[in-house]
Ligand binder design. Sequence first.
Ligand code: ADP
Ligand code: ADP
Length: 224
Amino acid sequence: MPELSLILFGPPGAGKGTQADRLRIDFRLPFISTGDMLRNNVKDNTELGLEARKFMDAGDLVPDELILAMVGERLKEPDSEDGFILDGFPRTYEQALALDQLLSERGRRITAAILVDVPDEAVVRRLSGRRVCVKAGHNYHVDFDPPKHDAVCDQDGSRLIQRDDDKPDVVRNRLMVYHSQTEPLISYYDEQGVMRRIDGTRSPDEVHDHIRAVIATLRLEDDV
Ligand code: ADP
Ligand code: ADP
């Protein structure tokens, strides 16, 4: 079966990670989250982590050359040969152009960019209530998806914390950065005919069903 190369696109807190967790099981695709990769580098005190941290803490984008080197390496790994789900990448024109270049060198292209669309007010509510586990970054929400036991991860029993960049002033900057630097990519992928919009304000199950329906239609159209 031909590959399925997907981009999950949308503002911070739209629910991309939540959906990616489900889609990776549905389609058995590797899930490549630049945010997760960067946070692992920060945790491991790598050179990249030390460099990236100051941008992440402020809610600014990490410079393209650092991101492109990291993603370029990741996409060389054999598991992504049959497709992938990208989350949080690309976020700038330079990143989008570099991704197209990288794929076309291998005779490949993006199957779809799936925009999980959520207005700013909902983003602020979702991010301010988001809690993640210290061990593996499993996601919860204090109101919308609470853990069974207060501040403890259902999946691995580790402690739940609020990410530093989910604090209100950093969230405001992340939204500004999204609107100015990342949102323009919607028309870039529209022009390529691969942009698909999903109403991200629905429940996680409804959003998931909608994304699966979109992918099923793509497979019928393109025989992918
Ligand atoms: P979100 O919850 O906004 O989707 P992520 O986990 O994707 O957050 O990203 C966290 C931070 O990591 C971003 O605010 C940014 O500093 C950095 N980052 C992640 N992906 C990229 C990227 N593709 N380009 C530049 N910076 C990135
Ligand atoms: P992103 O990866 O886009 O930054 P997440 O998947 O981490 O977003 O979701 C952000 C927060 O919103 C998390 O606390 C998550 O539990 C919650 N969330 C995700 N999807 C929904 C939804 N459809 N409705 C309500 N809350 C949601």
